[in-house]
Design a protein around this ligand. Structure first.
Ligand SMILES: Cc1ncc(COP(=O)(O)O)c(C=O)c1O
Length: 341
């Protein structure tokens, strides 16, 4: 029996959708990561019960950290972007977390840098607060070891491909790293939006809404570029087609980054059907009802979509591109260290 709801929420389901195509489905992905991170900080004496943990978040990390703080008797202060919706605001308030929500910004970069600036102000006024730095501190990898163990136990020692959206990089990076400790030849496929510095798509702007949680306008230390074999870039509309098809064909109600990962995973699985392909579903579809699921007939059919093969980010084109990354280092604009965040 679980001692706290966060443990149940953090434990994903593994669902076989087709022969060799598996969905790793989280209710909300970062709960498992935040729980282990906070436990590690307590165990190592970096923080004590009752201390305040602070971070900036555009969505599911805020909820995950608030749950972990509730579990371990910590205070929680979140600087949230405008993407924090009414449902999340209500839950955060009742969980006892303090949310400061930023005013709408003209773009993602401005929103991210304003949130970081606000966290710095908070830390100046409260030096005793602990900044979680979910994008940079690799303690956010720790919680995924149990998930990797579970994937390994259920999929065995055969060839495995893992596909997932890359935001902070913690989930895909950690799962690949922990799986590779257990089984040889695990392939890692990262999924990105256009307009993100992380894998060099910042020069191609998707005029539609961003895909919440993946991509970035600033470098993240938790992205380890050398772990990735392949990268897919998907525009909003292609990701939406994936989310709609996933619900329609397999009855999995999940968000937009999941739709993008599902499309990429289908492609990888068709190319190499002998491998088991596991893709990450990071959250449920609820907060995407109006933007993604409202007019399903307008979404393109997944059968009509194919990625454009590219050998350099310079050749990226919408709505879908694929490149063998082969463990290349971070593009110039994605080199972390010394940056503001
Ligand atoms: C919906 C969603 N999908 C995927 C991700 C990417 O996860 P990670 O930060 O572990 O790379 C996030 C992160 O915020 C997210 O919110």
């Amino acid at each position: 029996m679980d001692a706290h709801i966060s443990e149940a929420i953090g434990r994903p389901d593994l669902i076989r959708l087709d022969d060799g195509l598996v969905c790793l489905r989280f209710e909300t992905m970062k709960a498992v990561s935040a729980l282990a991170a906070v436990r590690h900080l307590l165990d190592t004496g970096a923080v004590r019960r009752g201390d305040t943990l602070v971070d900036s978040s555009s969505g599911i990390y805020a909820y995950a950290l608030a749950l972990a703080c509730h579990r371990y008797g910590m205070r929680c202060h979140i600087v949230g972007s405008t993407t924090v919706d009414h449902t999340l605001r209500t839950q955060l308030a009742l969980l006892g977390a303090r949310l400061e929500q930023m005013e709408p910004s003209a773009n993602l970069k401005l929103d991210q840098s304003r949130r970081v600036a606000r966290v710095r102000e908070i830390l100046r006024d409260h030096p005793e607060y602990h900044w979680m730095r979910q994008y940079h501190d690799d303690i956010h990898y720790l919680g995924y070891e149990a998930v990797a163990e579970r994937i390994h136990a259920e999929t065995g020692t055969g060839a495995l491909t893992l596909v997932g959206g890359v935001g902070s990089g913690a989930s895909t990076g950690a799962l690949a790293q922990y799986l590779r400790k257990r089984v040889a030849g695990v392939r890692l496929v990262g999924v990105q939006p256009y307009g993100s510095v992380t894998f060099g798509s910042d020069h191609v702007l998707d005029p539609e809404i961003i895909i919440a949680g993946i991509g970035s306008s600033i470098p993240f230390g938790n992205v380890r570029h050398d772990l990735y074999d392949t990268v897919h870039w998907l525009a909003f509309d292609a990701a939406r087609a994936g989310s709609v098809d996933l619900l329609h064909r397999h009855a999995v109600f999940a968000g937009l980054s999941t739709g993008a990962a599902y499309l990429a995973a289908r492609w990888e699985h068709r190319a190499e059907p002998g491998r088991t392909t596991v893709f990450i579903a990071a959250d449920t579809g609820h907060r995407y009802v109006d933007t993604v699921f409202a007019r399903p007939d307008e979404a393109p059919s997944v059968e009509e979509l194919t990625p454009r093969p590219v050998t350099s980010p310079d050749d990226l084109a919408m709505p879908w591109s694929r490149m063998e990354w082969n463990g290349s280092p971070a593009p110039r604009n994605a080199v972390a260290g010394g940056g503001p965040a």
